[in-house]
Design a protein around this ligand. Sequence first.
Ligand SMILES: [Zn+2]
Length: 107
Amino acid sequence: MSKRINWKAFKERIPARVQVGARRFFEIVWVQSFSDPSIFGETRFSPDQIALRAVDSEKEICHTYYHELLHAFSDQYEVGLTEAQVMKLEKALHYILKDGNLIKEKL
Ligand SMILES: [Zn+2]
């Protein structure tokens, strides 16, 4: 059973900050552009931030969000994921975050 993703609705549910550890949060910051136009997003440290480009499509923004989250988790738990590994896991994180998938919807 597959449900179509409403990317616009998903994007609107991206929070202002996201918790990645017991006492660690990343602030979500929205930017118009990056100095390198081939970059879709950025995970920044001290201060901890995930920068997303507001002008991208909703679907791109959601995938970038998954991607940057993985960099943040990798840093928090000292996993040392490479860029190639993050790009592969980005697809997995989509299914982890999909509503009603890993845990069922509220009764
Ligand atoms: Zn990356």
